[in-house]
Design a protein around this ligand. Structure first.
Ligand code: 6CS
Length: 347
């Protein structure tokens, strides 16, 4: 288990800001640029290796002019701290989960809707890469908050883990304490199943599962295994109820002020990374299913939902879309309508 020393976060952040300031004030003739790229995951995990690969590519393409320092989760605070840091320009780049911007960009909560994207993860990645609803319309909503999502990509299909019983029907969710990210629509999705959702950072989740503060959670397989959540859970229900979507984001003002040639390289690299990260998440998700299966010291029973069982959840989740349209979306669900049309074209 990973323990984060958050009491040093303030100090670390102050050092980062000072170094960034010094780099930015490099003076005439000093062409090197230092950018800070923060992620919500730790070394080796999907978001972190994404940022590292991105940094390496930018370094190579600019012959070392652009140097990007990658920060793992906890280095500069928790997920919601990182959202603030990007908005305020304390970091230039971030991999961000829409779930942590739920209180801010209500449209971005559409990623919380279960059974929205196709079951096939490659098709979902294709939609995320090419969708106008997401890459133009939703991006504009984020830009009102000084955050530009340059790309959306999947970290894999999400599964449910639990204590005591697998989660195969809405009855299994009755009063079930489910850990969620801080998004009103994720909350509504689990309340619709009868659960009692509790939001918290993932940095507190292992302990919360261990102590029974919450009884279950959702995540892609690689994350369940790498964060060792399976050690403190009895069941993993293969629900594939949603994809974990991450966004490559930049501070909008900073991005708009970049030299045109450097901004073009950022865009080019972001696009190249879509296929690279798809393969990386697939590799890690495949690797960790085996690790979880073979961890006989911490046995986890893996239960596959049947299509009939999934249909019961799907029917409830479809009603949550209407809640999103009427109560959550500030634009009457327009972006969701367009996205649904794009998804239908792929199917
Ligand atoms: O469950 C979470 O909150 C975390 N899950 C993943 C896959 N990435 C980072 C995020 O904070």
């Amino acid at each position: 288990m990973i323990i984060f020393n958050l009491k040093n976060v303030g100090l670390a952040l102050a050092m980062v800001l000072t170094l960034g300031f010094l780099a930015a004030c490099g003076g005439d003739g000093d062409e090197s640029q230092n950018w800070r790229f923060v992620t919500e995951e730790v070394e080796g995990q999907v978001q972190y290796v994404y940022a590292q690969e991105f940094a390496d590519r930018m370094y190579d393409k600019t012959d070392g002019e652009v140097q990007i320092d990658v920060y793992e989760f906890g280095g500069l605070g928790e997920e919601t701290d990182q959202v603030d840091q990007l908005m305020q320009g304390a970091v230039e780049m971030a991999v961000m989960s829409p779930g942590f911007t739920g209180d801010m960009v209500s449209e971005g909560q559409l990623f919380a809707l279960h059974f929205l994207f196709p079951d096939d993860v490659a098709t979902t990645q294709d939609i995320l890469t090419n969708s106008e609803a997401l890459n133009t319309d939703l991006r504009e909503r984020y830009e009102e908050h000084n955050i530009s999502p340059l790309a959306y990509w999947t970290e894999g299909a999400m599964q449910w883990t639990s204590n005591d019983h697998p989660l195969t029907s809405p009855e299994d969710f009755e009063n079930f304490q489910m850990r969620i990210q801080m998004s009103p629509l994720i909350r509504a999705s689990y309340e619709a199943y009868g659960a009692d959702p509790q939001d918290m950072s993932w940095g507190e989740l292992y302990t919360a599962l261990d102590r029974g503060t919450v009884q279950g959670q959702e995540n892609p397989i690689f994350f369940i295994g790498d964060a060792s959540f399976h050690e403190v859970q009895d069941y993993m229900t293969m629900s594939n109820h949603n994809n974990y979507v991450a966004m490559t984001t930049v501070n909008t003002e900073w991005y708009n002020e970049l030299d045109d040639d450097i901004r073009a390289l950022v865009d080019e690299t972001t696009q190249e990374m879509q296929s690279w990260i798809f393969e990386e998440q697939q590799r890690q998700n495949e690797e960790f299913i085996t690790i979880i299966e073979e961890d006989t010291d911490n046995p986890t029973e893996i239960v596959e939902l049947t299509e009939e069982e999934r249909q019961v959840f799907r029917d409830i989740a479809t009603d949550v879309r209407e809640f999103y349209r009427s109560e959550v979306s500030g634009v009457g669900g327009e972006i969701l309508d367009k996205l649904e049309e794009e998804i239908a074209e792929h199917e």
